[in-house]
Ligand binder design. Sequence first.
Ligand code: NAP
Length: 272
Amino acid sequence: MKKYLNGKVIIVTGASSGIGEAMAREYAKMGAKVVMAARREDELQRISTEIIAQGGEVVYSVCDVVSEEDCKQLINRAVEAFGGIDILICNAGLSMRALFDDCDLKVLHRLMDVNFWGTVNCTKYALSWIQKSKGSIVGISSVAGIHGLPGRTGYSASKYAMTGFLDTIRVENLKKGVHVMTACPGFTASNVRFSALTADGSQQGDTPRNESKMMTPEEVAHIVARGIHRRKRLCLMEWEGRATHFLKKICPAFVDRMFYAMMAKEPDSPLK
Ligand code: NAP
């Protein structure tokens, strides 16, 4: 796996924090040429300086994935710096926490813009390069992209939409050697719950879950790298994902109840 990523040009969106930051750091250690993207330039600069100090090859592009123009520039930056693209990882993402009953629709629009359209925008400009390299397109979805997570309508919907889009890109490119993978982490310690939007679109600024009991971003980065190496279509990570994927096929109503019970237990759950 380490050897496989050595020398590969990898774009990671949402690389200024959490899973994206871990992927940028880990893959640079494995010898990949990494192109980091996110909106916060100070964070991108700090992380890329540290990667370079450890002997890694990295450049960054300040990019709001909602902007088609920014995504086009991101792809150009990768090609200018490293001459092509082997792997695109659409990781930039945003979550929410509110019942649909209470939720301003602007929250759902925002989640679709970042999670779904961000993936579409980056894929649009990277695809021809990935066809040339017979490389990989990876969407970082979620267990919430396998089954509807209560209090996260916009999040689940945007992740399902990513899957539909990426599945179709896979089929369209069946004869072109392009590998397309949807990766579904479970709860992972990161900033995602702090930046999650509440019913009125403001940031939650806190986490309702025990972050220390979750997977680490580094673990996710390793599992994703292994999935890319094995050219998997679906990359599940831990029991939550595997159980959801399996049980949904045989007893989906049980999964409804399991998800409800799990999310109703959160402090201040909107389900109460
Ligand atoms: P995080 O720490 O909040 O990181 C999110 C990243 O996305 C940040 O680098 C952020 O950077 C970037 N981002 C947000 N909006 C953006 C935009 N409009 N344009 C460009 N970049 C943007 O959360 P994370 O947990 O690492 O999330 C990474 C991915 O994993 C997401 O797609 C998330 O849905 C998925 N995931 C997370 C979990 C979990 O429990 N943590 C579970 C399953 C799936 P800037 O703010 O600098 O732009």
